[in-house]
Design a binder for this molecule. Structure first.
Ligand SMILES: Cc1ncc(COP(=O)(O)O)c(C=O)c1O
Length: 478
């Protein structure tokens, strides 16, 4: 959210939050009454009320019957952030055959029961998406579709959709020729096609550690070997380790997330993204940039992708509407650089095209549906829910637990005390109706055994709070 679009009550809530953080308002202390705050700060009582509701949602204050609002006990003492794995792990990356699918499928299977608290899910709540408005776009666009488009849009993709995507790149400062864009069945297909375009079975691919588990499954399926590069929880990929691996090993491609990395939430600075590009350019190793969370930043500016520094088509930038607008429509894309033609051919040889009506619906929505307004609301909801989960974790989890502070998205990565076995934690939590994503599914070498990724993409309620409390009780048994 930009400062200018921030509402008065949000600004006031931030001021109170800062007073809590810097200790002016101590844990257990009463925050100014609505009447007092309204008079002192020159804001309306309803602004104060809204701000206090917001702070309550963020888990910073709580109401006590007939006494007003009080600072919560843990509001000032959040859990620490994890250290860099680089500081503790081996510096030299090894090559690894990948074999994680069974583990991943057993975790995904656990999410099928709708009664389970979905902390292990990869998606935000469906109620955060404008599905009714999208349905109208679907009906309208299919009604208006020229008959020839039903066939023609299969190969190149819906021209309006391609133009809308190119426009969004342009607004974000990335100039992109439209013929680089290949529309795909979600980002997953885009990522698969990119990898197939630049590798053969047995090749080495540099991936992140920890990495999105599907990355590992794709490598496994294509019989590629992983070179795991450590990721700093805040700053992203360790460039020194990558440089060392590029020097020593015949790496054929890199598959990285430079912003809001899954599962850590790390975002690289612009300087670091530029340095990454220059490093890869020096070795002429292509980058497959997975940027599916690009729209879910909490700050004022969208993070720039590495693609924005690409001079000669070395970067394949993959995006999707699955996480920000239309899960299940299966519409994603890749800006394929110098590999676009090859990617497009591979697509024609495998799935031909994503559904033409789904493409048309999203194109219509982007033009007329108010995507940016929806995104602002979505980002705000996710940021509030992050605050609520962080505060809840501080209340219920062991004090030595560490947790990331991503600047967007809807995942938190928890590093529990060493004695915690997150696969066991996963089983014990599931028995209590709570899912989570245990650390080892994010690693080709089954590392991160004391870590887990938790999803805060669902509206926070008493059930979420109870689930965190239950997790805390299970954690205490290790
Ligand atoms: C990091 C990452 N990349 C790619 C995908 C796949 O995106 P899509 O649903 O568009 O295929 C996901 C979905 O979970 C993801 O988390």
């Amino acid at each position: 959210m930009t400062l200018s679009t921030m509402k008065r009550y949000e600004k006031f809530a931030d001021e109170i939050a800062e007073s809590i953080r810097n200790g002016v308002l101590a844990p257990g202390e009463r925050v100014p009454s609505v009447r007092h705050a309204s008079r002192t700060y020159g804001v309306s009582p309803s602004t104060v009320f809204q701000a206090y509701y917001l702070l309550e949602d963020r888990g910073l204050i709580q109401a006590r019957a007939r006494s007003g609002y009080f600072v919560r006990e843990h509001a000032k003492h959040p859990l620490h952030e994890p250290e860099s794995p680089v500081e503790r792990g081996p510096r030299q990356a090894q090559t690894t055959e990948v074999d994680v699918s069974e583990l991943v499928f057993s975790v995904l299977g656990s999410l099928k029961n709708p009664a389970t608290v979905p902390f292990g899910s990869a998606f935000p709540s469906p109620y955060l998406f404008p599905l009714a408005r999208l349905a109208r776009s679907m009906a309208q666009s299919v009604r208006d579709m020229p008959p020839q488009a039903v066939i023609a849009d299969m190969t190149a993709g819906n021209p309006d959709l391609r133009r809308q995507i190119a426009l969004r790149y342009m607004v974000a400062g990335v100039r992109l020729p439209m013929d680089e864009l290949v529309i795909t069945n979600g980002a997953m297909e885009a990522l698969n096609l990119c990898l197939q375009s630049v590798t053969r079975p047995g090749d080495l691919v540099a991936i992140e550690a920890p990495a999105f588990y599907a990355t590992l499954q794709v490598l496994e399926r294509l019989k590629l070997k992983a070179v795991e590069i450590p990721v700093h929880p805040r700053e992203g990929i360790d460039l020194e380790s990558l440089a060392d691996s590029l020097q020593r090993l015949p790496i054929k491609a890199c598959w990285f997330m430079s912003s809001l990395q899954n599962p850590l939430g790390a975002s690289m600075s612009e300087d670091k993204k530029r340095a990454l590009y220059e490093l890869l350019h020096g070795h002429q190793v292509p980058l497959i940039e997975d940027d599916v969370y690009a729209e879910l930043y909490y700050g004022t500016q969208p993070p720039k992708p590495v693609k924005s520094f690409d001079r000669d088509g070395l970067v394949m930038h993959c995006g999707s509407f699955s996480k920000s607008l239309a899960p299940g429509y299966r519409v994603g894309w890749v800006a394929g650089g110098r590999y676009a033609e090859q990617i497009s051919r591979l697509k024609l040889m495998t799935t031909i095209s994503p559904s033409v009506p789904a493409q048309a619906a999203i194109a219509d929505y982007l033009q007329h549906g108010g995507y940016d307004r929806h995104l602002r609301k979505l980002r705000h909801a996710l940021e509030m829910q992050q605050g609520a989960m962080l505060a809840s974790a501080a209340r219920h989890f062991p004090a030595s637990t560490r947790v990331t502070r991503p600047t967007g998205g809807y995942f938190l990565w928890f590093e529990f005390p060493e004695r915690v076995d997150s696969l066991q934690l996963f089983q014990l939590a599931l028995a209590q109706g709570i899912s989570l994503a245990p650390g080892p599914i994010f690693s080709a070498t089954r590392r991160f055994g004391n870590c887990a990724r938790l999803n805060h993409g669902h509206p926070w309620d008493a059930g979420s709070e109870r689930a965190m409390e239950t997790l805390g009780l299970i954690l205490a048994t290790f």
